[in-house]
Design a protein around this ligand. Structure first.
Ligand code: SF4
Ligand code: FE
Length: 488
């Protein structure tokens, strides 16, 4: 027990008995599967960096529960410095992997559940918080990866959970027993599910009394009886099955999402953190989303650093880096990237303690952060593709470079600036392709758009949190309107 090394983490997953399907096949050896391994490598970086003394200040901290050194991914934020360091840690990991490294969702779920179980107990006389903290000790002591599972399939969006033709379209309690509950349903888009030890399920939306069986939160081992996972495809994913290297762009790392099916899974009471308290489902969703909207200010800027670095390198290799409009476009990319980071840092620095003592980000600024993340990576991507040029999508396969009949022609006609090789140019083109069109774009673009809630969810929060009344009062005071008239 205690901190795991990278290899110990991978071995621990290898011992699990998850039921996983990938492209129609049930997979026996999950950790060595070529479609899964890059995502496993990325998640394993959260262990690898934690072993490196130069990153200890970001990756490690002291548990407020046990006093032991823990990986920050299992930690409850104790102050605003913890929140700020979290964003820096995620940026570092984004820089090192160039993809989604998956472990943040669980960290955000743990922090959200800590304050919500505390407040729920106080309001309703339940006993979830002590139970949750006991569970968290188990997680910290074993240095586990948690899959935070929120998004239900949701069926017909006009209907509430209990109104759906199929009652299983939201995860629900199907049976209450003396020793626990039985749950059924599915969670979609589950980041890093295959690389997780545990799944923490939360409700997906605010619920009312008739839907109280859907107000359920619990933790289960990812290989619990009745759990089944189906791997989600990504653009160009089968390149990983071709046995090559160069055409992958990012040879070592990548993220993944999966659908998780829960077929009558038994959960003992000590792992249940909400069972019917519908009045707190909305708060749990909001807290989790708030933390995860902060997270993007770290991870997406780290990946953005790689996109910018790759684009600047390509400009150099192709001889355009000194051109004024190219320089200006790179500056624009930097500006957009650092704006997202600034929002991540700002919502952390403005964090406040919740009643349980765990710190929460400033929700308004976290929503601004995420709303920027729904847009800026797209503009950064457009600029990267602009600078890269059309070869980004017309470059022949690495097999054509290897073929003696075609390779020499490609070497000759794709060579650009003298001191850089054709191969370096092509490798960098593939990296930009991966990040802006390929599997990397699944996380850098579409996941930026919809992860932690689609843009409209953030706009609703901005409207709610911005205190428009106060802004109008400020304006009325200066304009000498209403109560302020006499002072003029
Ligand atoms: Fe973490 Fe970012 Fe992946 Fe979400 S998208 S799990 S915040 S790396
Ligand atoms: Fe996400």
């Amino acid at each position: 027990m205690g901190l795991m090394t990278r290899n110990e983490y991978i071995e621990s997953l290898g011992r699990m008995k998850k039921r996983v399907f990938i492209m129609g096949q049930e997979v026996e050896n999950l950790i060595d599967h070529p479609l899964v391994r890059p995502s496993l490598n990325a998640c394993a970086m959260t262990y690898e960096l934690a072993q490196q003394p130069e990153h200890a200040d970001l990756m490690l901290t002291t548990s407020n529960l046990t006093g032991q050194t823990v990986n920050r991914f299992t930690h409850l934020h104790q102050n605003t410095a913890d929140l700020v360091i979290k964003v820096k840690m995620l940026r570092l990991l984004g820089q090192m992997t160039g993809c989604c490294f998956q472990r943040c969702v669980g960290m955000d779920a743990l922090n959200a559940l800590d304050s919500v179980t505390y407040e729920m107990d106080r309001a309703m006389g339940t006993g979830y918080h002590a139970r949750f903290r006991q569970y968290l000790k188990h997680v910290q002591e074993r240095d586990l990866v948690m899959n935070g599972a929120m998004t239900d399939p949701k069926g017909d969006r006009r209907l509430k959970p209990s109104q759906q033709a199929d009652p299983d379209l939201f995860v629900r309690i199907v049976e209450r027993k003396p020793d626990g509950i039985v749950v059924r349903g599915a969670k979609l888009h589950q980041t890093g599910a295959l690389n997780s030890h545990e799944i923490i399920v939360m409700p997906t939306q605010t619920l009312s009394e008739e839907d109280k069986d859907y107000a359920v939160s619990f933790a289960i081992p990812a290989d619990a009886q009745g759990v089944l996972m189906i791997y989600g495809r990504q653009p160009s994913d089968t390149r990983k099955l071709e046995g090559g290297q160069r055409d992958l762009g990012n040879r070592e790392f990548g993220g993944h999402e999966a659908a998780i099916i829960l077929e009558d899974v038994f959960v003992p009471w000590e792992r249940v953190f909400m069972a019917g308290e519908y009045a707190f489902s909305g708060l749990l969703v909001e807290r989790f989303a708030g933390y995860h909207r902060q997270s993007y200010g770290g991870c997406k800027t780290g990946v953005g650093d790689v996109v910018i670095g790759a684009t600047q390198s390509l400009a150099q290799y192709q001889g355009t880096d000194k051109t004024s409009h190219i320089k200006d476009k790179i500056v624009e990319m930097i500006h957009l990237n650092e704006t997202m980071y600034a929002c991540g840092i700002a919502c952390s620095a403005e964090g406040k303690p919740t009643a349980s003592g765990t710190y929460l980000i400033d929700p308004l600024l976290a929503n601004v952060c995420k709303l920027n993340v729904t847009r800026f990576p797209y503009e950064i991507t457009r600029l990267a593709q602009d600078i890269a040029g059309g070869l980004l999508v017309t470059l022949p396969s690495e097999k054509d470079f290897a073929n003696p009949k075609t390779g020499p022609y490609l070497e000759k006609y794709l060579h650009s600036v003298e001191q850089y090789t054709t191969e370096d140019r092509c490798r960098m083109l593939r990296l930009v392709e991966n990040l802006t069109l390929g599997p990397g774009a699944a996380a850098y673009l579409v996941e930026s758009l919809h992860g932690a809630g689609s843009p409209q969810a953030q706009r609703i929060m901005l409207r709610r949190l911005a205190n428009l009344e106060e802004k109008m009062r400020l304006a009325r005071r200066l304009a000498g309107i209403g109560n302020h008239r006499e002072k003029q």
